[in-house]
Design a protein around this ligand. Sequence first.
Ligand code: IMP
Ligand code: MG
Length: 186
Amino acid sequence: MAPPSTALPGRTLISASAIQRRVRTLAHDIRTHYGDHPLTVVGLMNGSLFFLTDLTRHLPPHTRIECWRVASYRGRTSTGKLRGLDAVISGDYRGRHVLIVDDILDTGLTLHHVQRKLRALHAADIKICVLLKKEVSRRHRLNAHWVGFSIPNRFVIGYGLDLNHAYRTLPMIRVLPEARKEKSLA
Ligand code: IMP
Ligand code: MG
């Protein structure tokens, strides 16, 4: 049995039903934009696992899906480096319209490098859809074409987003209390 929600860290920021409603309207906007044009969706794993699944269920049957496994975070902080892109060899992106789907736009590092990789693979058109966008000044300037929700600059978990590999399975997005300052050992 699932633990009671009071046993979960933080508080609910976006409910499961609000996520599902928003995912449907995003999918509708994406369908309207691409029409019958052949589309490849690249989902960034593991964070976009549930978002990718729920979103693409509403896209046309000829939509291709690829999953790229990349990571930049350790615990609650960005490492500033993106691991995993060297392993991307599968799929044929040349001349394709590609939609990158990710859980959250934070510093922009991930999407910047993924976009660059897709350009190198000669994708004809690259657009970005994220479920969440943090209100921060970004290290890498980039334009997310579809955004589910704008959220404050806080660490969130649930609906695919993890803290040290836990909490991905939660159906809602929860925001954690601000991390306490590490005690100085000096
Ligand atoms: P960026 O590369 O700094 O834009 O960060 C994007 C990636 O970092 C996302 O795809 C997430 O996997 C992870 N990330 C950023 N912020 C959070 C958060 O608040 N909770 C969990 N993961 C996060
Ligand atoms: Mg990610």
